[in-house]
Design a protein. Structure first.
Length: 274
């Protein structure tokens, strides 16, 4: 990447590259990429999704060697992983380590979190962002995204959700999301409700954005959301995961607790502005 700003992974022979959104968020739409075979090629930014910290680029090539994508859902704590990238401008650097934790959450600058982030002790440094985190068989299982401390790096997993995002960025240049317009946090359920539902927590509404779908539906602060369209809601991440493009302008039913009483509300999620 230009200026040693980051790394990327070749995902198709005809030039599609996967990187971190924050690596390209200050580009003017393109730049120049260096490859391990010595070539330097122009690229353009096809699409970026800051909420997942993923971006897709397109290099001017038709004969690149694409990486094999793996499945982060198969990773286990203690498994060997390798981080590949350009830390501090040193091209093609490789560091090894293990998966030290799974299921971490990475806060983004947009007030959301990236779910199921991979934590590794493979050394990461500035410039590794956007590069591959590979398993012992060379399959890319994550996109390195952040240095969280000494001996602690984070990577966005390659799984079904990220494949869907990447596919949408390649086809349309964006990934559409629905939104309700609330701020909330995890709250324990009353014992009676917890026993009935078989889970311990829901999402308490802390704030409702005026004029938002939640506001129009009558959702209020202190309401406790326990289900959305029949799917359990135990944490804020559950709501975020459920806000897929298919729900935009489509009525959904929320099951809530208000003053200890169960209620149902119909909401119509709107599209989250980019």
């Amino acid at each position: 990447m230009i200026g040693g700003g980051g790394s990327a992974v070749v995902v198709t022979p005809d030039g599609f590259l996967l990187t971190s959104a924050h690596v390209v968020d200050r580009t003017s739409g393109g730049g120049r990429a260096s490859f391990v075979d010595g070539r330097e090629l122009d690229f353009e930014v096809i699409g970026s999704d800051p909420l997942s910290d993923l971006a897709v680029l397109r290099a001017d090539a038709r004969d690149l060697r694409a990486a094999e994508l793996g499945d982060a859902e198969r990773l286990r704590v203690g498994q060997l992983v390798v981080a590949i990238g350009n830390p501090n401008g040193f091209a093609g650097s490789v560091t090894a380590g293990v998966v030290s934790a799974l299921g971490r959450s990475l806060p983004t600058g947009q007030g959301r979190v990236v779910d199921n982030v991979i934590q590794t002790d493979a050394a990461l440094n500035p410039g590794n962002s956007g590069g591959a985190l590979a398993d012992g068989r060379g399959r890319v299982v994550g996109v390195n995204t952040a240095v969280a401390g000494v001996g602690l790096g984070l990577a966005v997993p390659i799984n079904g959700a990220t494949r869907m995002i990447v596919g949408a960025l390649m086809r349309e240049g964006r990934f559409r999301r629905a939104y309700l317009g609330i701020a909330g946090g995890v709250r324990p359920l009353p014992p009676r409700v917890a026993r009935a539902l078989g889970r311990a927590s829901g999402v308490e509404v802390v704030e409702v954005v005026e004029g938002s779908p939640a506001g129009e539906a009558g959702l209020r602060p202190e309401d406790l959301i326990v289900e959305l369209n029949g799917a359990p809601v135990t944490a804020v991440e559950d709501l975020q995961r459920l806000m897929v493009a298919e729900l935009i302008d489509t009525p959904v039913r929320a099951r809530i607790l208000r003053n200890g009483e169960e209620r149902e509300l119909d909401l119509v999620p709107a599209e989250l502005a980019a």
